[in-house]
Design a protein around this ligand. Structure first.
Ligand SMILES: [Zn+2]
Ligand SMILES: [Zn+2]
Length: 166
């Protein structure tokens, strides 16, 4: 979706409002995907200084847990506001994705905001114990082969410590 910001400076006497439904499934997010449509709103309104842009988004990121590879879903809601002055439109250092014709890519803006909001490393739970070194199964899924046995390096070292203490 393109929003003609340049034109809005001339004709935007009435605030602009749009309900968003964005398909971002083909966007290359770092470490996760967003396969379901992202919903939200986009608003633009003139005030004395320039155009106030407001974007709100609801997205569901999908990834694999960085420790145990289990599927993880990360719901994300964000709201952001910008003030753009007319003199800034032609500024090549403009932080918003606005092209030379003064059109704002709302989709690109949504992607950039989501990238900043969603962590690149996602975990199924904050205390995920990852995979067992012995059997390769998630420890949380009831792996018992390392409990109390002498199969892991940690246990071996503890055994040596015990001998030294004796
Ligand atoms: Zn995990
Ligand atoms: Zn195991």
């Amino acid at each position: 979706m393109q929003f003609d910001l340049k034109k809005f400076f001339q004709t935007g006497r009435v605030p602009y409002h749009a309900e968003l439904q964005l398909d971002l499934s083909d966007y290359d997010f770092p470490g996760y995907q967003i396969t379901q449509p992202v919903t939200g709103t986009f608003d633009a309104a003139l005030n004395g200084e320039g155009v106030v842009l407001r974007l709100s988004l609801n997205a569901l990121a999908q990834a694999e847990c960085a420790r145990c590879l289990a599927p993880v879903e990360y719901p994300c809601s964000l709201e952001q506001e910008w003030l753009v002055r007319e003199s800034e439109l032609s500024n090549e250092y403009q932080e918003l994705p606005i092209d030379e014709a003064g059109k704002l890519s709302v989709k690109e803006l949504a992607c950039e905001e989501l990238v900043m909001e969603i962590p690149t490393v996602l975990l199924c739970s904050a205390d995920c114990q990852g995979l067992c070194h012995v059997c390769g199964k998630p420890k949380a899924a009831g792996c018992t082969c390392c409990e109390g046995g002498s199969t892991t390096p940690v246990d071996e070292r503890l055994a040596i410590l015990k001998q030294l203490l004796n």
